[in-house]
Design a protein around this ligand. Sequence first.
Ligand code: CTP
Length: 404
Amino acid sequence: MLKGKKIVLGITGSIAAYKACYLIRGLVKQGAEVQVVITPAGKEFITLLTLSTLTGKPVISDFFDRRDGSWHSHVNLGLWADVMIIAPATASTMAKMANGIADNMLITTYLSMRAPVFIVPAMDVDMYMHPSTQNNIEKLRSYGNHILEAKEGELASHLVGKGRMEEPENIILAIDEFLDGNRDLEGQKILITAGPTYERIDPVRFIGNFSSGKMGLAIADECARRGADVTLIAGPVSLQTVHSNIRRIDVESADEMFHAVKEIFDEMNAAVLCAAVADFKPKQILSNKIKREKGELSIKLDPTDDIAAYLGKVKREDQKVVGFALETNNEEANAVGKLKRKNFDFIVLNSLQDAGSGFRYDTNKISIIDRSGCSDFELKPKTEVAKDIIDRLVELLAKRKLKE
Ligand code: CTP
């Protein structure tokens, strides 16, 4: 979506200014045209030569060029741009933006901007958490600006906390999605379970399964891309989530997953249950490693809670629950049984009999079954499968809105 887009990139005086170089590289690689406007403090952190080389354009920092008096029109920049990004945005620049103090070229350009503005703060944790900074961020958000919140982590000061600038690739992703325009899950809160669960036997062993979490994470990314507020409850998976709209809660066992789900389901509009939850857990978790002894070993198992059945029972009329069924035989009949038993709004069936489907593959072949029938889909990458599933969920949520 960034191809041919005109972007004004505002850079201010933060050490994270070096990340603006990666941001420019990424934007230019995608075909965007970037014009940098930098504050006087920003110039202390990064050279104009670096920026103009990366963008292929002279950097604008003053209202006019002192050598020949030529005027840099903030008004023209405001009309030229398709998007404005301010990254990094310091506490001071945000305070001025929130109050209309137009004492440099960047802020006059911001005040003249007709295009959407993305603000990406970066500063030390105490400055970021200070009520005045937080109030300014809220004020800027209320004016319709998009804020890509600072992230937790180690800061340049070596303090640890919130204040790190969002990574350039995530900024590009957010802008790309915004331009894509498909924000049909805006305002919806979606819960997603993903991955396997591990049920401990002793300090070194567990009962688990081969779920990789790929399908669940693809669904989480798709929902977030379409504007949803996503809470991902993930069993032990090694995959990373990138989207800033995804709140991730990592759990290990079926019990932990159940508790995490119960705690937040009430505030959700929908739940998509991709996790391969263990059906049984050892009756007892031994505190010492089981030793190899002659003869057989039996481990007594208790059933785990069925999270899906619980949600199917407690869900309100306005909440939708989507289930998954991974089957090896009698696929459709088993899936229809689960749809009814667990009171899902629809169920996604995949069969281990289909080549390229199921655990660990990057592709999947699904059928979507609801009370009115079954639709079959082709074998596709899991990211495409996620789109098909979420399209169906969006239809359901839209029907609910119509009823209201
Ligand atoms: N599920 C769940 N909690 C469980 C077991 C399953 O939430 N304890 C959910 C899965 O995430 C999936 C659906 O229920 O969305 C079906 O899972 P599956 O394991 O196929 O169903 P089971 O009821 O365990 O049936 P089976 O006898 O085939 O294992």
